[in-house]
Design a protein around this ligand. Structure first.
Ligand code: FAS
Ligand code: PHB
Length: 407
């Protein structure tokens, strides 16, 4: 089912006109997941992506899926490889003050777990499903711009290979990430932004070496935060907190391995396998929420509306719950003519977003070294972590937030 080209533009010879029901801006996880659910429900949609498919797949990002996200991949018909190759995890370690303590996610959350499966793979699987089901995605679409979304006849324009395009639609889904055009197209008077920028970044590497542990290790250390993660049992994903003004070229592999082992308990550091990295990048950390998430016929979803520091592994998973609420609302609209779901979208999404923002902010403040925290601040962090691992109530709260609060 492909949108039909209705012929050459009337007002400009080289404009191609198209009509669809939902125009989606951005082919990251939010845009592709929404597009697939809509396609499966028989709701026509087009995805417009600024970058090439290869570029989108080259970005290394999230690694942990909540059960809600994994279930939506299944629902979209794109979950087979995740179920075959993903790693179900029942817990993770907190390392601090020379020791490490396991948080039993499965036991403390009433049987829930997380799935370790890279965002790159999620995106690949959704791209493949969209291709197999005939969904139209336009890559390298430049100058994408939503129009007239405060009225009943929104449309989106873009250029490709020197030709202008116009897509008339019923709704626009802004799934174009933090730096996208959608949020920026909303008048300043109609939107409120809440933000906290952290005074450090994460330096991450990928290496074809076995991970140091079969589960993740989140480490608090006076030298700074470290995280031991993975993409498989032969591919490790490691991070160290670094100064904001550091550059990737300041960090040789040797420097990275020395530093991460200094931040881990001795028994962990001693058994760590090291090797050449094949990906190395620095990401800034911020907490950000834009309110509301709906402007007439334009809906913001995923990073276009909110950002969390990756400490709580919530970014990708919040994109999933946004898509759940938005898809359910759009399906209801087209099936029953009711706008109740889309009218309630922003409230429902923000209720879950803010709880994840709190959790991610708390995990970041508890595990990272802040410039002005001093020796007292370090002791308070260690006291917080000691309380966490010695109190069932506190570790239960950590577990239920990490596996994902209900949708
Ligand atoms: P995305 O940013 O993934 O996708 C938006 C898409 O829109 C992109 O493909 C972009 O090219 C496109 N786009 C942008 N502007 C456009 C325009 N004008 N027109 C058309 N298309 C446009 N989360 C975690 O849980 N764990 C992590 O470790 C983690 N690490 C991260 C590292 C980095 C560097 C970043 C930036 C984010 C990280 N995140 C992490 C969060 C990340 O996983 C996001 O939550 C996730 O990508 C959200 O997906 P989307 O909302 O689809 O946004
Ligand atoms: C990752 O594997 O990239 C990852 C895992 C957990 C996090 C952040 C990143 O909290």
């Amino acid at each position: 089912m492909r949108p039909h080209v209705v012929g050459q533009g009337t007002h400009r010879e080289d404009t191609v006109f198209m009509r669809t029901q939902v125009a989606i801006i951005g082919a990251g996880p939010a845009g592709l997941l929404l597009g697939q659910l809509l396609t499966n429900a028989g709701i026509d949609n087009v995805v417009l992506e600024l970058r090439s498919a290869d570029y989108v797949l080259s970005r290394v990002r999230a690694g942990v899926l909540e059960e809600g996200m994994a279930g939506m991949l299944d629902e979209a018909g794109a979950g087979r490889r995740m179920r075959a190759e993903g790693l179900p995890h029942d817990g993770f370690d907190l390392a601090f003050d020379g020791g490490h303590h396991r948080i039993d996610l499965h036991g403390l959350s009433g049987g829930k777990r997380v799935m370790v499966y890279g965002q790159t793979e999620v995106t690949h699987d959704l791209m493949e499903k969209r291709r197999d089901t005939g969904g139209l995605s336009v890559y390298e679409a430049v100058n994408v711009q939503p129009h007239d979304f405060d009225g009943p006849n929104p449309y989106v324009t873009y250029d490709k290979h020197g030709t202008s395009h116009r897509i008339d639609c019923d709704f626009v889904a802004g799934c174009d990430g933090f730096h996208g055009v959608s949020r920026r197209s909303v008048p300043d008077s109609a939107i409120t932004a809440y933000e906290r920028v952290y005074p450090f970044g994460w330096l991450g590497i990928l290496a074809e070496i076995p991970p140091v542990s079969h589960e993740l290790i989140y480490a608090n250390h006076p030298r700074g935060f470290a995280l031991c993660s993975m993409r498989s049992m032969t591919r490790s994903r490691y991070y160290v907190q670094c100064p904001l003004d550091d550059r990737v070229e300041d960090w040789s592999d040797d420097r990275f391995w020395d530093e991460i082992r200094r931040r881990l308990p001795a028994d962990v550091a001693e058994r760590m396998v090291t090797g050449p990295s094949f990906e190395k990048s620095i990401a800034p950390l911020r907490s950000f929420v834009a309110e509301p998430m709906r402007f007439g016929r334009l809906f913001l979803a995923g990073d276009a509306a909110h950002i969390v520091p990756p400490t709580g592994a919530k970014g990708l998973n919040l994109a999933a719950s946004d898509v759940r609420y938005l898809f359910d609302g759009l399906r209801e609209y087209y099936a029953d003519g009711s706008s109740a779901g889309i009218d309630d979208y922003s409230r429902r999404a923000l209720a879950r977003v803010w709880k994840a923002e709190r959790f991610s902010w708390w995990m970041t403040n508890t595990l990272h070294r802040f410039p002005d925290q001093g020796a007292f601040g370090q002791k308070i962090q260690e006291a917080e972590l000691n309380y966490l691992v010695s109190s069932r109530a506190a570790s239960t709260s950590l577990a239920e937030n990490y596996v994902g609060l209900p949708y």
